[in-house]
Design a protein around this ligand. Structure first.
Ligand SMILES: [Zn+2]
Length: 494
């Protein structure tokens, strides 16, 4: 049973709310202003600088990516040589509060991104009520799940399909997000009343999608006056609901509001990674390691071709309608279209920002062709690094790549082999449409995600109530420390 001071904890995640944006708009956000001025505010490190989406499992397991092995909803399975949606029957991970719940601490959670349904009866865990995911609504307490469905609906937000959006579609997204933020507040308050809790975890994902589709750096740095500023409108809506949740809790409740990454203008060049790695492979395969005399014939990739030709609205409708198995097959086809694994030393991985490259390693991949540590291995790694570093915007001549890191080496652990071998970080320049490389030739293409905003690796926590007196609150450094802070409050420091 819990031995802590019995202090209640309200842990509120503001998905992709940007720290600097918040600070410059606090005047319009009364709840957050109160929490920022009256609490301990800490900027936190995270693995988001090399793997953006890894921040959620990192937070909720309290472990680094080498331990939990998750960095994206769709990952590469080296045993079956295909892409799979990550599920609990493959790369399982347990949130830190589940052990606390099994130990007797009353816990209620709502919509923690990338968390799997709980199969235990400990605590009350609601997932995918209105989250940024293809997963289905689930509550481990069927009676409560049924009541939520009846009163508040299920799957109310639905997954985001990153394709270009028409103004009409954007307006629908805006209206949906505003409605969901409000209803999420009502559901949160209902759960606070209906369930016994000492730890209540709720995540608001609305600013995440608003950031992707409505972000502009100009509006982010300007005085908050514009009436058509959708990003600010969503921040205000979430601020109101967070305020109402805090109001509904007892006055001595500790409140921890956090965000695991931020938002900025989209600088991703992810549309280039597949074509570039294919060109690197062709050059690598040529007998003397020089570019083939004629430009390598582009492989016919039907999935990529459909993405070029089909209107975005149809792509979106198809992606939302087809079953998960077919969708993951299509995603896989658009990345690694080859079946010729003997001649594929490396390939691109699905991403929403950073460029990810997987090496086809003997002994790890079922059909690996590159022996670790051998001369071809080092030569190929060098070819990939130099190839990406040689990319320049054909018009401005600006280099496109800022950094190339090795997530598996940076985060060693039992699951580091699920992580990308290389992560390519982009320089802060606009997504290129024509690219030139002295080594690799010319590439053309366009980033067609429809996303004007994308993540940046800035995380923070604002701690108020009794929790702010704890030494750990003042020394929070990384997003994994949040689970330790909650443990300190719930069961006392270890
Ligand atoms: Zn995102």
């Amino acid at each position: 049973m819990p031995t802590g001071n019995g202090s209640r904890v309200l842990l509120i995640g503001l998905d992709s709310v940007d720290f600097d944006y918040l600070q410059s708009h606090l005047g319009s956000l009364p709840t957050l202003q109160r929490l920022f001025t009256g609490g301990v505010v800490r900027r936190l490190d995270s693995p988001g600088d090399v793997m953006s989406a890894s921040v959620w499992p990192t937070f909720y397991t309290g472990t680094l990516p080498g331990e939990h092995g998750r960095y994206f909803p769709v990952q590469w399975d080296p045993a079956s040589m295909r892409f799979r949606h990550v599920a609990s029957d493959w790369i399982d991970s347990e949130p830190f509060w589940r052990a606390l719940a099994r130990g007797g601490l009353p816990v209620t959670t709502l919509d923690v991104p990338m968390a799997f349904p709980s199969r235990t009866t400990a605590g009350v865990e609601v997932v995918n009520w209105g989250a940024e995911s293809f997963g289905n609504f689930h509550c481990n307490r069927p009676d409560i799940g049924r009541e939520i469905a009846r009163r508040f609906g299920t799957n109310v937000l639905g997954p985001d399909v990153p394709v270009d959006k028409s103004p009409r579609r954007l307006d629908r997204i805006r209206r949906t997000l505003l409605a969901v933020a409000k209803r999420r507040g009502e559901l949160g308050r209902w759960l606070m009343k209906q369930t016994a809790w000492n730890l209540f975890v709720a995540v608001f994902p609305e600013c995440h999608r608003a950031g992707h589709y409505f972000w502009s750096d100009a509006a982010a740095s300007a005085a908050p006056t514009s009436d058509d500023d959708v990003v600010l409108e969503l921040h205000r809506a979430v601020d109101r609901e967070v305020g109402a949740l805090i109001e509904a809790a007892a006055p001595d409740t500790s409140v921890i509001v956090f965000s695991l990454h931020g938002m900025e203008t989209n600088h991703s060049q992810m549309h280039l990674v597949g074509p570039v790695i294919e060109r690197i492979n062709a050059v690598f395969a040529s007998p003397d390691g020089t570019p083939p005399a004629s430009r390598p014939r582009a492989k016919r990739n039907i999935t990529r071709l459909l993405r070029e030709l089909l209107p975005a609205s149809i792509q979106e409708r198809v992606a939302l309608a087809i079953p998960v198995g077919l969708r993951q097959w299509l995603v896989g086809r658009s990345y690694a279209s080859t079946a010729d694994w003997r001649n594929t030393p490396g390939f691109a991985l699905p991403t929403a920002g950073q460029g990810y490259v997987r090496l086809n390693v003997v002994g790890r991949e079922a059909q690996g062709c590159l022996a670790r540590g051998g001369a071809p291995y080092s030569r190929y790694l060098e070819a990939v690094r130099e190839g990406f570093l040689s990319l320049r915007d054909a018009e401005t001549r600006e280099p496109l790549v800022e950094s190339i890191s090795a997530p598996g080496e940076r985060y060693p652990g039992p699951r580091s082999e699920y992580l990308p071998d290389l992560s390519i970080g982009w320089r802060g320049v606009a997504p290129a449409t024509a690219v030139h490389s002295e080594r690799l030739g010319t590439f053309t293409g366009r980033l067609k995600t429809g996303r004007g905003g994308n993540h940046r690796p800035v995380a923070f926590a604002a701690v108020s109530g009794p929790a702010r007196e704890l030494p750990r609150a003042a020394s929070l450094q990384t997003i994994t420390d949040l689970s330790e802070l909650v443990r300190d409050l719930a069961i006392g420091p270890r």
